[in-house]
Design a binder for this molecule. Structure first.
Ligand code: SAJ
Length: 433
């Protein structure tokens, strides 16, 4: 029997996807080099520590660094497999066009050490055609190597696109168990990438072409955005009609083919609010639904600010607690968070009347400085604040019994307290302006 020679792996970009991926591949027994442009990130990982919050990631990184399987660096080295997991933000032109410059910069680095037999895999969420653009760039830099799709016969290197699909808070579990789409520039490239993922993925790995895999990732997040927009639009309609949206959704979802998602204060995070635009910017004439969904979800934030304002104005002088800043439940990630935007807007308007409860924050983000708003704990909020505005569905908020909030004026944007009296009256407040 042939001995399994484990390929060496370089993961470019040690963020929320790159670091957990590097750690899991290392756990499978591979020598992994993690590459990052930030020296402090590299130093932290080489101490066996982590710079991001993710369930169980600290113990895993500590273990694989201690065993000598994972090390981080700012300098690339030759390896057998390269996994690129760098950000793909919007370009600065403000037209929601994607900026793939980090991907191309990573590909340039990789090209410098590439050798025959290597595999390069892009995992970053990317507009359709990015994997081919990356291939073209590397081919230009390395005329000594044969690249797939550009030459007849067997190419020297394999290139594929394989998007991540993990949920923050469950990254390690989902990296291992989710199914993966693996899109090769050619079928041979897909098979090479497949043999890599088979080493640490338990879910089904399905091969396709690179462009289909790129689009699949964008479609998954656009699908969710459209469905959340439907729920958010329903909540705005219900407010106008003085109906309890949670009751309506609960009843509609009893239909065997209806599954309405949950309204909230808007859509946050770095994926669902961003990726649909990659489809819209590629095909603006063909995407009225996807564009409108994005706009509905963005507008929901302003609807929530207006209703919260009306409730605060209806209770003059009463201290107000905003419950939650995170972009979703039970995580400490406050980036691109609608809850944070709502709370900061209210803090600028009402100053020290606004108290923030966020069990996952040690201090308030910078935009609260000078507003007079303060960070307090849940018990103090329930005791001192007559108005409660629920912005995040953290479990700790959900568990507050009715007896402790029955006398408060509540605006529950997440529907965590269905037994709260007076919800429809709050929803039905006539707004000023
Ligand atoms: N949200 C609602 N109502 C819902 C569901 C979500 O308002 O019913 C809000 C959340 O509160 C949050 C935002 O949407 O603000 C996004 O949260 P999420 O849990 O839907 O998604 P993310 O951004 O944490 O992760 C998504 C996932 N994509 C899909 O479920 C299709 C994840 O699998 C992807 O890997 C991730 O994007 C990514 O990296 O692209």
């Amino acid at each position: 029997m042939q001995a399994d020679i484990k390929p060496t792996v370089c993961v470019v970009g040690l963020g929320y996807i790159g670091l957990p991926t590097a750690a899991i591949v290392a756990r499978a027994g591979h020598q992994v080099l993690g590459l990052d442009v930030t020296q402090s990130v590299v130093d932290t990982i080489n101490r066996g520590e982590i710079h991001i919050e993710e369930v169980d990631l600290d113990g895993l990184v500590h273990a694989v660094v201690q065993r000598g399987l994972l090390r981080a660096s700012t300098h690339i080295e030759p390896c057998d497999v390269f996994v690129i997991a760098v950000p793909t933000p919007f370009a600065k032109d403000d037209h929601h066009t994607p900026d793939i410059s980090y991907v191309l910069a990573a590909a340039t680095e990789v090209a410098g050490v590439l050798k025959a037999g290597d595999t390069v895999i892009l995992e970053s969420t990317s507009p359709v055609g990015t994997t081919e653009a990356m291939r073209d760039l590397m081919a230009g830099l390395r005329p000594d190597l044969k690249f797939p799709g550009l030459v007849a016969g067997t190419p020297d290197v394999s290139i594929a696109y394989c998007p991540e699909r993990v949920l923050p808070g469950k990254i390690l579990e989902e990296l291992t168990n989710n199914d993966r789409s693996i899109g090769g520039i050619t079928p041979r490239c897909a098979r090479k990438a497949l043999s890599f993922y088979k080493r640490f993925v338990r879910g089904a790995c399905i091969t396709t072409d690179a462009r289909s895999a790129e689009m699949t990732k964008l479609v998954e997040n656009a699908y969710r955005d459209v469905n959340i927009a439907f729920a958010n639009e329903l909540s705005i309609v219900a407010d106008a009609m003085n109906l309890d949206v949670w009751e309506v959704i609960k009843l509609a979802n009893r239909h065997p083919r209806v599954n309405i998602l949950t309204p909230g204060p808007g859509v946050g995070g770095h994926c669902i609010a961003v990726d649909p635009w990659f489809i819209v910017s590629a095909a603006p004439e063909q995407t009225p639904l996807i564009r409108t969904a994005r706009e509905v979800n963005d507008k929901k934030i302003h609807h929530v600010i207006a209703r919260a304002t009306a409730l605060i104005e209806a209770n003059p002088g009463v201290p107000v607690a905003c419950l939650g800043l995170a972009f979703k439940a039970n995580i400490d990630d406050f980036r691109e968070s609608p809850a944070r935007l709502v709370a900061a807007t209210l803090a600028r308007k009402y100053g020290s009347r606004i108290r923030i409860v966020e069990p996952y924050a040690a201090q308030l983000p910078r935009e609260f400085e000078g507003t007079g708003a303060s960070l307090i704990d849940l018990d103090a909020a329930l005791e001192d604040c007559g108005v409660l505005i629920v912005l995040v569905d953290h479990d700790v908020f959900k568990s507050v019994p009715l007896a402790e909030r029955a006398r408060h004026a509540v605006y529950d944007t997440r529907g965590i307290w269905p037994d709260q009296p007076g919800q429809v009256e709050v929803a039905g407040l006539r707004l000023v302006g």
